[in-house]
Design a protein around this ligand. Sequence first.
Ligand code: GLC
Length: 437
Amino acid sequence: MFKAELSEKLAAQALAVLKLNDRGQFTAPSLGFYPHQVLWDSCFIAIGRSYDNIERAQQEITHLLSGQWQNGMVPHIIFSGKNNWRSSVSPLSPEAVATSGVSQPPMLAEAIVRVGERLSADGRRIWYQKTFPSLLAYHQWLYRERDPDGSGLVVQVHPWETGLDDTPPCMLALNDQPLARWLRLLKSSRLAKLGNYVRFDRKFVSLDERGSNIETLTLYDLLRRIRRQRYDSAAILRAPRFAIQDLTYNCILIRANKRLAEIAKSLGEKLPEELIQQTQSTIKALDGLWDKTTGQYYSRDFRTKKLLCQPSFATFLPLYTGCITHEQAERLVHLMQDQHAFGAKYPLPSVPLNSPWFNAKRYWQGPTWININWFIINGLEQYGFTEQAQTLRQSTLELVAHSGCREYFDPITGEGAGVDNFSWTAALTLDLLASKN
Ligand code: GLC
């Protein structure tokens, strides 16, 4: 168990990181490399800030909503300066704010409720009244524009939209399509290596902790492509270069739908019947992502309708939904403890140790991430695996105490990697400390 002085010291360090990254109206994920407001980062940050400054936590969310599009989409980045997304190509983007043209895992409802829980009854009511219309429009956008075949599973049109950039399932789907001509030429000319000298991220992280130059350029190429389609979901999904029904994203959506329903209930509002049906269809569709042969959940490629059978931490996210059976939850807990797969010394590796993709320090291809542990701890608790949840909470806090608020961590040595002073690591550390008893 974490000693009281240690907890206090860690909480003070975490709060200092959030204050360091505070840009006034919002908190940057990390100064320098990630200077803008980012959707799911800000949701985690609001949860963390709700402990010391509830107004600041609310503002984090209010500022996010200032970037909402007319169709209801909450974009994944609200820029504080120039950028290459040029959101104004879409008539639906907000006039006064520059944003990206895609979204990110729908953490908003969870963050609104978690902030709401720390307000007085009156304050909560005002807070819910203020945020509910935007939240409802966001969830309606998700189903209207991103579930074109009514499967219940919403589609992501860029790996950045999953929040898990180079996670193996995304890479698998991306690499399934031929590279753009200019990228093929670049790759074969070996000029690609020269990219190492011009990459912006090299100032902040070691490049072997990130995707390759060709992978990074492929992501930018995809951005250019969807920008040409004015970020219009229907146009993009007509012949998508990339479209997946990401497991993590859809699990977060199931949980968010429950939170949306809670907010509506407490306001005495009725959710539209169509939306209620749609939210139920997502729960049902989760079963379709289970693969009996390997005993794991996977994301699905929207184009081929095939599961992307590359194991990753995402298989545990159904725990967070609270919608799977106890028996399924038990199987996942068993898998979590397998020493050859996820049972690393500093769990939970984002890719199992025995996967050919595993790389202890490479972004979403091996390292342990604090937000992922946070989801899983929450899921374990929902299913009564209190001891396992407590053990994971403890090892997560130890990682941060030893290596600082890094972006991610080596699951074998516990060393920090990626950028330093990373806001969501700090924010969720505060939440894990607050809920540890
Ligand atoms: C990286 C992560 C993404 C996060 C962003 C800002 O791109 O993959 O999930 O939102 O950084 O922290």
